[in-house]
Design a protein around this ligand. Structure first.
Ligand code: NAD
Ligand code: AKB
Length: 314
């Protein structure tokens, strides 16, 4: 059996920290190399190797892959929806070139697998709002969504043309307590917990009835590992899989928070992120992921809220 050696790019980010720790548990600390443009996240310190690296520097990335004997890459470096709208050129450049660099190296070095996340941001205003299917009209209106949709087709292309075993999930908004979110439209659903504990009030940048697909980080890590461990013959989608956890609005999460902090109050001051949220579906049909690799979420709004408060309070 080939001994896997994994490189996580963007390991200091919201998903990267938790995915790196989960992969280290499975493959052994020294077999999972964390890398990022920014400094090593404190939660990763002492848990395994770390290299400082820019995914845009293809030569350096290639050298690292050869030198470290890398067999799999998890590419998490990207600019998310809200930050992307402030700097569209940078978002397009990083999100596209970073992926192409990784796919090229995977092809040349015959890596066993690549993971690259897409997002529900691929969907646009013309996609169905409720139970948005795996295959449907997809006309994204943000630069982030455009880059993710183009990226999905690059993954499909590298699989079909070069046999690169690249796998992908369209994550919903991810909610976690370990590492701060990186500039997305769904970030309100993390900020609200911290503000509720510290200030007992929160001003939300989305309207109260803005429903969006969301997922607790534990579920996102579980889905990622499940997809990556599934036999290649089960993987029928080589663009990116829809996965669903829960859907809620700011009003509903505020109601759930009030069960823990009765005097919590929320008010609403929508900004430019409202238009982004309005362009996305409210809920996702993930029946293909359920059929192909047995996806099943563990967390709903109630269970996640309890976990968030228990963990942030610690
Ligand atoms: P994040 O912003 O928290 O982390 C991204 C990391 O990439 C950061 O640590 C950043 O320093 C690093 N990075 C940026 N530019 C880099 C470069 N040139 N070279 C190396 N590293 C670089 O983002 P995240 O939330 O952890 O998202 C990870 C992936 O998951 C992204 O592709 C994102 O689009 C996708 N995703 C995230 C969510 C979510 O809710 N968090 C939802 C859907 C999809
Ligand atoms: C964002 O809001 O940009 C991300 C995402 C859904 O991709 N959380």
């Amino acid at each position: 059996m080939v001994k896997e050696k994994i490189l996580v790019i963007g390991a200091s980010g919201q998903i990267g920290v938790e995915l790196t720790l989960a992969l280290r548990k499975i493959y052994g600390n020294n077999n999972v190399i964390a890398s990022d443009l920014r400094e090593e996240n404190p939660l990763l310190k002492g848990t395994g190797p770390y290299v400082s690296m820019d995914v845009m520097n293809k030569e350096m990335l290639h050298v690292q892959v050869i030198r470290q004997g890398i067999t799999q890459i998890y590419l998490l470096a990207a600019i998310l929806s809200a930050t992307g709208e402030k700097n569209p050129n940078l978002a397009w450049h990083l999100n596209m070139q970073g992926l192409l660099n990784v796919l090229d190296i995977a092809r040349e070095e015959k890596l066993s697998k690549v993971y690259w996340p897409s997002s529900i941001a691929v969907f646009g205003p013309t996609s169905p709002k409720i139970n948005c299917p795996q295959q449907t009209i997809i006309e994204p209106t943000t630069v982030y969504g455009i880059s993710k949709y183009a990226g999905e087709f690059w993954c499909n292309y590298y699989f079909n043309r070069y046999g690169v075993d690249v796998r992908s999930i369209r994550y919903p908004g991810l909610i976690s307590y370990k590492s701060a979110p990186g500039g997305g439209t769904t970030d309100y659903a993390i900020e609200i917990f911290h503000e509720a504990l510290e200030e007992k009030k929160y001003q939300c940048f989305l309207k109260e009835d803005t429903y969006l697909p969301m997922m607790y980080m534990e579920d996102a890590i579980k889905a990622t590992l499940q997809l990556m461990e599934a036999p290649a013959s089960n993987i029928t989608v080589r663009t990116s899989y829809n996965v669903s956890g829960m859907s809620f609005s700011p009003r509903e999460i505020a109601e759930e928070i009030k069960k823990h902090i009765p005097d919590f109050t929320i008010d609403y001051k929508p900004d430019y992120r409202q238009a982004i949220a309005d362009s996305w579906p409210q809920s996702i049909d993930d029946s293909v992921a359920r059929k192909d690799w047995g996806w099943q979420e563990d967390y709903n709004l109630e269970k996640m809220t309890k976990e968030m408060f228990d963990n942030i309070s610690k």
